[in-house]
Write a protein that binds this ligand. Structure first.
Ligand SMILES: [Zn+2]
Length: 218
């Protein structure tokens, strides 16, 4: 009987390893007293430069999930992100809800964005985030086919609605600060830029260290 159980356990381990190779688990949070700031929807001229200036001033490296078609239009901004040591990641090419697209278009969305980034930086991204956080197992599989691991978030203050002014947004983020945070912010709203210095200072005051998603994944 014992041998039978050991056999089943071995089989389960082998199956788990095989599925890990096929699609890596979603990256849902970091470890310990760390926070990864992530910015979706860029690059957008006039916003990215301000964000990069603040991050440089504060000595923080972040992760940008960029939209492929905007990346193609503004390659200089993508290079500026990479030059400052930030991670450039895939947020699809057209920013559609992937769960509502015809199946054959889902892989294309991931691939075109990765190719746009590769044509600018010389290497493909390793991380992807589906627009609106809308995904299913097919979307995850198709991302894995393009070598992408899906990254979610733990802290979403809803900055895209641009309704909270700088300090209010800062307070909302910090009220939810928790170990291993992946903070979801966006490129394209002024309130995010207003709030960012306070967000960084606030996390630091609480003893957090800033990491990129690459550092979380190891
Ligand atoms: Zn988005």
């Amino acid at each position: 009987m014992k041998r039978k159980i050991a056999g089943w356990l071995l089989l389960l381990c082998l199956l788990a390893t095989a599925s890990d190779v096929y699609a890596q688990p979603l990256l849902e949070r970091g470890k310990g007293r760390t926070v990864a700031i992530t910015f979706d929807d860029g690059p957008r001229p006039g916003y990215v430069e301000s964000i990069l200036n603040i991050l440089r001033e504060k000595g923080v490296r972040a992760t940008f999930f960029v939209v492929g078609r905007y990346a193609s239009e503004h390659p200089g901004l993508i290079r500026a992100m990479a030059d400052d040591g930030h991670v450039v990641a895939n947020h699809t090419f057209y920013h559609n809800n992937l769960t509502a697209l015809p199946r054959e278009n889902v892989y294309r969305e991931w691939r075109l964005c990765s190719e746009a980034i590769e044509s600018i930086l010389g290497s493909k991204p390793r991380f992807g985030r589906p627009p609106g956080g809308q995904f299913n197992s097919f979307v995850v599989e198709q991302a894995a086919g393009e070598g992408l691991r899906i990254v979610l978030w733990t802290n979403n203050p809803g900055d895209y609605s641009d309704t909270l002014r700088g300090e209010e947004l800062t307070r909302k983020v910090l009220a939810k600060a928790a170990p291993g945070d992946i903070l979801l912010l966006h490129v394209g709203t002024l309130s995010t830029i207003e709030a960012l210095p306070g967000i960084i200072d606030g996390y630091r005051k609480k003893g957090f260290i800033f990491v990129t998603v690459e550092e979380i994944a190891g």
